[in-house]
Design a protein around this ligand. Sequence first.
Ligand SMILES: Nc1ncnc2c1ncn2[C@@H]1O[C@H](COP(=O)(O)OP(=O)(O)OP(=O)(O)O)[C@@H](O)[C@H]1O
Length: 305
Amino acid sequence: MPVIRTDELTKRFPGVTALDRLTVDIDAGVVGLVGANGAGKSTLIKILLGIAPATSGRASVLGSDVVTNGPDIRAQVGYMPEHDCLPGDVSATEFVVHMARMSGLPADAARERTADTLRHVGLYEERYRPIGGYSTGMKQRVKLAQALVHDPTIVMLDEPTNGLDPVGRDEMLALIRRVHTDFGISVLVTSHLLGELERISDHVVVIDGGQLLRSSSTTDFTRNSQALVVEVTDRSDDVVAALAEAGLTADRDGRHILVTLTGDADYDVIRSAVARLGVGLIRLEQRRHHIVEVFGEERTDVGAA
Ligand SMILES: Nc1ncnc2c1ncn2[C@@H]1O[C@H](COP(=O)(O)OP(=O)(O)OP(=O)(O)O)[C@@H](O)[C@H]1O
């Protein structure tokens, strides 16, 4: 059974249709919800949480209808909102304990779960300092911790990498992947950057103007292309010439050589040519597409990493 299901889901604001007859099934695992700014990602999450009503259509989370079973759903779902919503004058520990208590955990369990969760997201001594003095990366970790503290079945993370530098972004993405691999919690994570979710998602849903553009497993998005990537220790230009002589179409692409794949025999032809020149073969594999390249072919107005 899908963990999230929408059927002709529509949300209209005055002058704007934020979701336009969106029908999609989302299975357990890590699912990336991608779309440009204003595509309708936050609106969808708010409807799924029962915070905002849909104009028409239906949606369910973990088999429960969002209109009739909002409290049940919220008990099993963790939510990390996009915007800064943290009180500056309390510590991470105080805040996350409070959120755990709000979710119904008894005081002792709330304190224990808070310590475990803050450790898991990588906040240590700092957890006793007021949140107001935290970096953006630390605040994002507190927001993630409060979404996890009551041990939900699924978490919905709205733009968790917003405002982070490249290193902070990589750390947050790795942390999100571990939420699923370490605890089995399903993750719905949004981003306006196609490239970053490709790394951690099992499945990607792309929306644009409130409509479903595509819903596919990440491997379908990044299907193999008909090209081989060859990387050698040196003399790349000589390798290209040798491959051309052997009847293959080969071109330099920075450090790599791209060879048009014609059949399985190409692998042996390449290995022999490289060996004859006496250079080392570092890499020989079929090239994979990146999601952003796939969308470059289909549409160009969805954000690229
Ligand atoms: N409360 C509201 N009142 C009026 N319009 C709204 C409201 N909330 C969202 N919208 C509009 O609905 C559309 C979808 O917004 P939404 O916030 O869901 O997009 P998003 O994909 O999450 O983008 P972002 O990442 O920029 O938040 C936008 O055009 C937005 O301006």
